[in-house]
Design a protein around this ligand. Structure first.
Ligand SMILES: [Zn+2]
Ligand SMILES: [Zn+2]
Length: 184
């Protein structure tokens, strides 16, 4: 049986002309590495990484392209409530095996693409997918555009209830005003 490491660690020199195809769910245990330590990977709301993609050869470059999707539990930055967010994206990455000849380099410069040069020809597909996931990651998210958040004074979740803090501030301000003495 091939290990996950073999499955997603490719040697570009060994990739067949027909390329590679994926249409699978990469289990979160395999996908989430130490960079996911702050995320609640154990939660049942944290999904497996859905990946439909191909690795092909185009004009001397290796092209990794496809679509991915991952469901992640998140905490709303306004009300702290946990909700399920779905991140997704498309990938179109170009790679070359580090060119040895000046001629090859000149040819690449003409194409205008900026492929990533892999010296050894080793491509870690999982690492590339993780990179795209983190590019799509938003540090601050809200459960709903209409989320009212927490009251800054008493901490009540204003989506679920209300408080009198706002009213009191107004009253206090008015009372303060009344107590002002004016020099006549
Ligand atoms: Zn919220
Ligand atoms: Zn309040």
């Amino acid at each position: 049986m091939r290990s996950h490491r073999d499955k997603y660690n490719l040697i570009l020199q060994e990739v067949a002309r027909s390329g590679r195809q994926w249409n699978e769910s990469i289990s979160k245990q395999v996908f989430a590495d130490e960079s996911f330590a702050d995320l609640n990977v154990e939660s049942p709301d944290f999904g497996d990484f859905s990946w439909q993609g191909t690795l092909g050869v185009e004009a001397g470059q290796f092209v990794l392209s496809g679509k991915w999707k991952l469901q992640v539990p998140r905490a709303c930055s306004k009300c702290n409530g946990v909700f399920v967010d779905v991140l997704s994206g498309e990938i179109d990455e170009h790679y070359i095996i580090e060119p040895k000849h000046e001629e090859m380099q000149a040819e690449l410069e003409l194409t205008g693409n900026e492929p990533e040069a892999l010296e050894s020809g080793e491509l870690d597909v999982l690492a590339a997918l993780r990179e795209h996931f983190w590019l799509a990651w938003q540090p601050m998210v809200v459960c709903d555009r209409a989320c009212k958040g927490l009251c800054l004074q008493c901490g009540v979740d204003l989506n679920k209830g209300s408080c009198d803090c706002h009213k009191q501030v107004k009253e206090n301000a008015f009372a303060a005003l009344k107590n002002l003495k004016f020099d006549a």
